[in-house]
Write a protein that binds this ligand. Sequence first.
Ligand SMILES: [Zn+2]
Length: 468
Amino acid sequence: MTTIRLLDWDRRTARRGALDGVLLLGTADPYVYHLPSCVLAMGRKADLTAFASEPQARAAGLKPCKRCNPHRLHAERGDGLELFHRLSERLETEPASVPSPTALAEAVGVTDDVLAVVLGDHAHATAGEWLERKRVAFAARQLLDLGATARDASHAAGFPGIKPFERAFGLLMGMTPDDYRHLGTQPGFSIRLPADYRKDAVLAYQGRDVEGLAERSDASRVWKALDTPDGPAIVDIRFEGRLANVSVTSPRRLGIASFAILHRDVLKVLGLRNDIRAFEAAHPDLVSARRGLRVPLVPRAFDALCWAIIGQQINLSFAGSLRRELILLAGERVGDMIVHPTPEAVARIDPDDLTRRRFSRAKARYLIETARAIAEGKLAVEALAEDSAVDAERRLTALHGIGTWTARYVMMRIGFADAAPVGDSGLATALERMYGLAERPDAIATARLMTPYAPWRSLASLHLWASL
Ligand SMILES: [Zn+2]
C-alpha cells in the first residue's frame, strides 16, 4: 500500500492504471468514485476530487462506480484493516519500541503518509494522537494491574520522560498517574477539567429525559447507574470549579477493575475522550459562541445502540418513554436508579412484552435480535470503540434493522471523532439553514456538506444540532 499527495497525481500515470489502489477519483455527476484508470474519470482534473482511501470517499457520500468497481479492488486489499490490527497489537504489547509516528511507520514497513491514512480511517485520529492514547492506556494498566510506579509506567509505555508522561496522562485521564494508581482505595475520585470545559451540554444530555431511570442531572450534578464486574453502582458527578468530583455508591464492594471501568465511564460521560482544539481552530464560524463544546459519550455501546434503534423514526419524548419501559423491564435496580439492561437481559425479553409497551413490532424485533447477536458473541459491541471505525460501521450495518444513520450515531456516541450521522433530520435541517438551501439535503447531500468538517465530523454534527 502506498499513498501520494492528493493534488500531485498525474493524468498519464492514472490512465496507465499505476494509481489504481493508491487513490480514488470522485466525479460530481454522477456522484460516484472511480479507480483513477476508469474511462468515466477522464474529465478535467479540476472537476475531480481525489480521495486517499475508500472510507474517505464513502464518508463524503459517494457510491462506487458500476463500471470500474473500485470497491472490489479495495476490498481485496483490505483497506488497511490488517495493517491497523498489526499497529494496534504493537502498541498493546511493546509501545516503547516505537518512540515516534515515523518509527511506528517504519516498524510496519509503510510511509508516514500511509500511516496517517490508515489511522485516520480506522482510528479517526492522527498518528500522534493515537500513539499518545495507546501509550497512556498501556501505562494505566501498568499502574493499576501491576502497581508500577509512575516512572516505571512512563518508561514501559515509551514516553521520553516523566514530564511528558504526566502531561499526556493528565490530559487523557483527568488525573495524575499517582492518583490513578490509588483508584479504589477511596469511594470516589476527581477528574480535572480542561480550562475551556463547559458542563451545560453534559448536564442537558444526561437530563434529556426528566424521568430518567439510568441517568439524571440537576444544575451542577449528574447521576448515572452503571454495571461493573462486581455489580451495579451509581456514580454521582459534582461539578465544582475546575473539578468533577465523583462519588461511587454500590451495595457491593467494588474491586480495582470496577473502579477502572467507572473512571473510564465518567470520562465518557464528561466527553473528554477527544481533543477539540484543532477543530475549533479550523472552524471558528461553526463553533462561534459554543467554544468548549464536546460530544457527551455513552459509557456502554449497547446502551447507545438500543437508544439509536429505539429513536428511529419517532420523536425524542416518545423515544425517551420507550427507553424507560425497556429499562424497567430488564434493567438491574441500584438504589433509586436502574442500570440500563445488558444484551443478555434484552435477549431474554418476549417481543410481546415490548409491543404491549408501545414498541412497534419491527423495533421490538431489531432490539431483541441485536441483543441476541451480542449475547451469542457474534458482535463484541463494547470493544468497537477501541477497534477499527471502518470495521465498526461494517459490523453494525450488517445487523438487521441497522442502517448508516444508526451505525454512525452509535459510533459518534462511543467516541469516534469523524462519524456524521447522515440521514439525521436535525442535521439536515441545520445544514439547510446554515447554507440557505432551497430544499432539505438528503443523506447523500448531507454527507457531501459534512465533508469539509473531516476529520471531526462527530463534533461538527453536535455543533450543527446545537445551532437549531
Ligand atoms: Zn469508474
